[in-house]
Write a protein that binds this ligand. Structure first.
Ligand code: SF4
Length: 346
């Protein structure tokens, strides 16, 4: 089917109201940047799920990073997107202003040179992400061990998607299908979504990130309504079984654990933590306090589970802006509140 016919179909769709969820922050960004909601009939609604890694990182994790940054002879190493995320009391940015030792890098492997240049400091990498990034951290641990480096640790908040989607499906929100995450599927394979599709009798369509790929995915979802099937429309990079070598490396160093999700709470088996024999490289990832929101009016929980649109949050645009974020969804460039704000939706 040609793109113009897909657009016409989606614009003129007049069947049963349908709600589809994307569970990948990059899809959230692409949907917004391509103006896809404006191309759809009022009867097709897109909602965002918990696919932005920064958005689902528990406040207690940020609190722990802040504490570490203030410890003597300790340096927190992180990507820039975590720096403004609020913990329960403060953020890394505020701590940096108070003398906290924080370095922003563009690759986790930069920590190796930092550690070699300063043996008296323990460098802690803020390892946040989904299945896509966990292999990179497994490779980092592999390198740390093979080079006998003793002053690097990881504080991990590594999540896995299937358990979170399962919890979402059990929350009772009407969802008619999922735009399955493209990057995650490269590692896990498309088949990872089969048990969920069959259990909830919902279609999962693995999608690329271009506007036309997303439109084809939404079209496919309308046609697969009520069917517990997985369709892979991103075959150029996603296969059924995933990246076997990357998964072997991950399973060498990490194992599933009960991870804490911002606003949602703990979900059994929804994260990957270093195995006990490698805890020497861990900076306290398993002993975090319970998640607490800094601003109790923030509705990130409802936003990342699709129960609320960002513009329905009472703080949206009034108190919460990208320059004054009250929740993680307004910080990350994959967060749905951020995209609603910059694309002037709502
Ligand atoms: Fe939280 Fe801000 Fe989004 Fe409201 S607009 S849910 S306060 S991040």
């Amino acid at each position: 089917m040609e793109l113009k016919d897909i657009i016409t179909y989606l614009r003129e769709y007049d069947g049963e109201p349908l709600t589809f969820m994307e569970v990948c922050g990059t899809h959230t960004a692409s949907i917004s940047e391509n103006g896809i909601p404006s191309l759809l009939s009022d009867k097709i609604k897109l909602i965002s799920g918990p696919g932005c890694p920064v958005c689902v990182t528990a406040s207690s994790y940020i609190d722990r990073l802040c504490d570490l940054a203030l410890e003597p002879n300790t340096c927190v190493v992180t990507f820039g997107d975590l720096i403004r995320v609020p913990g329960s009391k403060t953020s890394l940015q505020e701590i940096k202003g108070d003398g906290g030792n924080i370095k922003i890098v563009y690759s986790p492997f930069e920590i190796i040179d930092l550690a070699k240049e300063d043996n008296d400091t323990t460098f802690v990498f803020a390892a946040v992400g989904f299945e896509t990034t966990t292999p990179i951290y497994a490779l980092l641990v592999d390198k740390i061990i093979s080079e006998s480096i003793n002053n690097i640790k990881l504080l991990t908040a590594l999540k896995t998607m299937p358990k979170a989607i399962e919890v979402l499906c059990e929350m009772g929100k009407k969802i008619d299908g999922f735009i399955a995450p493209g990057h995650v599927s490269v590692i896990t394979g498309a088949n990872i979504f089969k048990p969920l599709a069959e259990k909830f009798q919902l279609p999962f369509v693995v999608s690329g990130f271009k506007g036309e790929e997303l439109l084809a995915t939404i079209y496919a979802l309308t046609k697969l309504k009520g069917q517990g099937k997985v369709l892979n429309l991103y075959k150029s990079v996603v296969n059924d079984e995933g990246n076997v070598k990357a998964n072997e490396l991950v399973n060498k160093y990490f194992e599933p654990y009960k991870a804490s999700w911002r606003g949602i709470g703990e979900i059994d088996g929804s994260g990957m933590a270093l195995k006990s024999e490698y805890h020497i490289y861990d900076a306290g990832s398993l002993n975090l306090a319970l998640d607490k929101l800094r601003n109790k009016a923030c509705r990130c929980k409802e936003v990342i589970t699709g129960f609320t649109s960002p513009n329905e949050c009472p703080l949206f645009k009034k108190v919460c802006t990208p320059l004054n974020p009250q929740g993680a969804c307004m910080v990350s460039n994959e967060g749905s509140c951020f995209h609603y704000f910059i694309n002037n939706r709502g």
